[in-house]
Design a protein around this ligand. Structure first.
Ligand code: NDP
Length: 277
């Protein structure tokens, strides 16, 4: 039996085991997918023991280890290298680990019908997910203006500095506290912060009203709640909205493809879109 797991902390709310175990059964693959919760202080020791343990075929890596896992992979695929984050590991027959990033293709999956019309993009946040979002959009759309807004402005500057190496476009950065509402609207606005989720459920990351036109797509990476306060408000003023669930399923499907060469059956995807969270 093949063995896969997700590595992260905390993992109690992760849907990845449910998704992958359903997909193994549907595809007739003899495999199991578990959760390994690792306290950050135990990270190095636990990863080394997983590397030494035979029988593993792959891992997903999530918060807070997507960057700290990089020194432990034996090679890294080019997109993951550019993004600077690994969320998928394939264990080869000789035991070597190859690191991939599937967050960026998962992020792009629900944007297929919009991508050709996206020229300007506002990304709220500058953490690991924002890196994958920025790389994905610059790689796939004809972006003429990319604005990044973050609580810690230096992290937004660091992110644009690393993007400038690969993509030549107009960049601007702001801190969350600054008012960018007087500026022109965007074709795509993406929230990559946790504002709108859990204890921050009533927090709006940015007031979208003056940043939206009738063609704007507002995309929140949060999927629980399914409609954040940002998405509700944006929908009211005429934007198209996307939540984080198609990205969650899209990044999982790409990991599954890397491990097994197979895709998720459509009926399973429809089931998850209705049942999660
Ligand atoms: P990181 O910890 O790397 O980044 C968090 C970001 O949120 C940073 O920009 C941080 O700002 C900002 N932030 C956090 N708390 C606050 C706050 N109280 N006020 C203002 N800004 C805040 O996390 P990730 O980038 O990995 O994940 C971010 C979000 O994306 C999470 O909600 C996660 O669930 C979601 N996500 C969804 C996925 C999906 O498949 N749908 C996939 C990956 C992530 P600062 O830099 O100032 O700290």
């Amino acid at each position: 039996m093949k063995r896969f797991s997700i590595i992260g902390f905390p993992l109690e709310h992760s849907f990845s085991p449910e998704i992958h175990n359903d997909a193994f059964i549907a595809n007739g693959i003899d495999a199991t997918y578990s959760k390994i919760e690792i306290k950050p202080c135990d990270f190095a020791e636990t990863i080394q023991s997983l590397k030494d343990e035979p029988g593993w075929n792959g891992f997903n890596v999530t918060i807070p280890f997507k960057q700290s896992i990089i020194p432990y992979v034996d090679s890294i695929e080019s997109a993951a290298k550019k993004i600077g984050a690994v969320n998928t590991i394939r264990v080869e027959q000789d035991g070597t680990w190859i690191g991939y990033n599937t967050d960026y293709s998962g992020f792009l999956s629900p944007l297929k019908n919009y991508i050709n019309n996206i020229r300007s993009c506002l990304i709220i946040g500058a953490g690991g997910a924002a890196r994958a979002v920025a790389f994905g959009i610059l790689q796939s759309a004809q972006i003429e203006r990319l604005v990044i807004v973050n609580r810690t402005i230096q992290k937004a500057r660091d992110l644009t500095d690393s993007l400038k190496i690969f993509y030549n476009t107009e960049y601007e950065v702001f801190s969350l506290q600054e008012n960018i509402s007087a500026r022109q609207s965007f074709d795509l606005i993406v929230n990559t912060t946790s504002l709108g989720m859990g204890s921050l459920q009533n927090e709006l990351p940015i007031n979208p009203e003056s940043l939206i036109n009738k063609n704007t797509v507002v995309y929140d990476l949060i999927y629980n709640p399914a409609k954040t306060i940002l998405l509700s408000l944006s929908e009211k003023v005429g934007a198209s909205i996307i939540n984080g669930l198609p990205m969650l399923i899209g990044q999982a499907e790409e990991s599954f493809r890397i491990w097994t060469g197979k895709l998720f059956p459509d009926d399973l995807k429809q089931k998850w879109l209705k049942q999660i969270p």
